[in-house]
Design a protein around this ligand. Structure first.
Ligand code: FEO
Length: 395
């Protein structure tokens, strides 16, 4: 088997998942996802983060093909979430003397998931673990993505094993390193991963970036997506921009429509925004596009316009998940406006407004609620002007 090397004695032993339809069972995976793992072969052997348990056979084959009969001495658990840790029992079965390395917060949840772990090594902030010519150093990264999350820095190679931080969706299609692929192909999936997994803890992500700035780094090796070695400034810059919530000029228009009328309104709104000079206008039907994609663009752009038709005095049901996610993840400083159809009951726009108040965004236009279908010129004008108003607010 051909080995994938980060350096002479550090190997990529991750796997691709193109068969799961959804990540965490709620985010679509059209391009798959990778579970990255790394193997350091020295006087002592260390595995950095295992993989999702469904891929254990392929994983063990890769690890064993590098080790050629040697055993694993340390298994570093940077993060407890099962997309990485669920193969821990299989790894321990394979190498029963392996010491599982984590911090004080790692083990209670890990043992709650998988039962007692006998050989534990608890490490603290800044502590080191010498493997021979390689030395691991551990830094806590709480809430990126769970309370126990940490990163592991290998001092001689200056590689950061960052787990979820700097990770992204998208299986690795042959190219493992950033300079082996067209990065643009992965950027949207990386932002979607950020917006839906890390974005909620943007401040903690910034702290993790700050921590990294004190280290000399030659490579960032996350547990999902590309290994970064040639475009470090680019990826750190993107992560910083997303964490500081510095949006780009553009507008997301998302609507929920029972019979298409609120969809027609969305097109009129979009026309107003485009004619006011906004080149990036994205229109989504919330019943068709899975919410993580919409959240990703809401994170990206400054303008957000939401439309919902009425449904039994409330709003189009599928919109509820999106507004819940917005209020959970709290993307900041958006210019927004609302619209929708009244049907026979009204209530869609009113319900949206109630949710929107919690978000503390900047309402830049009066809401437009249309009786029946948008067949009157005065309604067209109001909708067109709503799009224009948001465009002018973000220019
Ligand atoms: Fe990739 Fe939070 O697990």
């Amino acid at each position: 088997m051909q080995q994938i090397q980060l350096t002479e004695n550090i190997y990529y032993v991750g796997v691709n998942d193109r068969r799961s339809e959804r990540f965490e069972n709620h985010m679509d995976l059209p391009n798959g996802v990778s579970y990255n793992s790394y193997l350091i072969v020295d006087e002592q052997v260390a595995l950095i983060d295992p993989v999702e348990a469904g891929f254990i056979e392929e994983y063990l084959l890769k690890v064993k093909s590098v080790l050629q009969g040697r055993k694993v001495d340390y298994l570093v658990i940077n993060h407890d979430e099962p997309d990485h840790s669920s193969s821990i029992a299989a790894v321990i079965r394979e190498w029963p003397e392996v010491q599982v390395v984590g911090n004080a917060k790692t083990f209670p949840p890990l043992e709650a998931f998988y039962g007692p772990i006998e050989n534990k090594k608890v490490v603290a902030e800044g502590e080191t673990l010498c493997l021979g010519s390689h030395t691991l150093q551990f830094f806590m990264m709480p809430m990126v993505h769970w309370p126990e999350s940490m990163l592991t820095y290998e001092q001689s190679s200056k590689i950061v094993f960052s787990n979820d931080a700097f990770g992204g969706f998208g299986a690795l299609n042959g190219g493992i390193f950033d300079d082996q692929v067209n990065i643009a192909f992965y950027e949207d999936d990386m932002r979607r991963y950020y917006a839906n997994i890390v974005g909620k803890v943007a401040m903690q992500a910034l702290k993790a970036i700050e921590k990294l700035s004190a280290l000399e780094i030659k490579m960032i090796a996350p547990s999902h997506g590309l290994v970064w070695r040639s475009n470090l400034a680019w990826v750190i810059g993107k992560y910083t921009q997303w964490s500081k919530q510095e949006p780009e000029e553009g507008i997301v228009i998302v609507y929920g429509s029972l019979h298409g009328n609120t969809g027609v309104m969305a097109d009129i709104v979009a026309r107003g925004a485009a004619e006011a000079g906004i080149k990036e206008v994205k229109v989504y039907d919330v019943a068709k596009t899975e919410v993580s994609f919409i959240m990703s663009d809401i994170w990206k752009y400054k303008g957000v316009i939401i439309g919902a038709c009425a449904h039994y005095g409330s709003m189009f049901p599928d919109m509820t998940l999106l507004v819940h996610e917005i209020n959970e993840f709290k993307p900041k400083d958006k210019c927004y406006a609302l619209f929708g159809g009244m049907s026979w009951s009204g209530g869609g726009v009113k319900t949206l407004a109630k949710y929107a108040e919690e978000g503390k965004w900047n309402l830049v236009a009066e809401s437009v609620e249309v009786k029946g279908a948008p067949i009157r010129e005065e309604d067209w004008d109001k909708l067109y002007n709503l799009g224009k108003a948001v465009a002018e607010a973000i220019h």
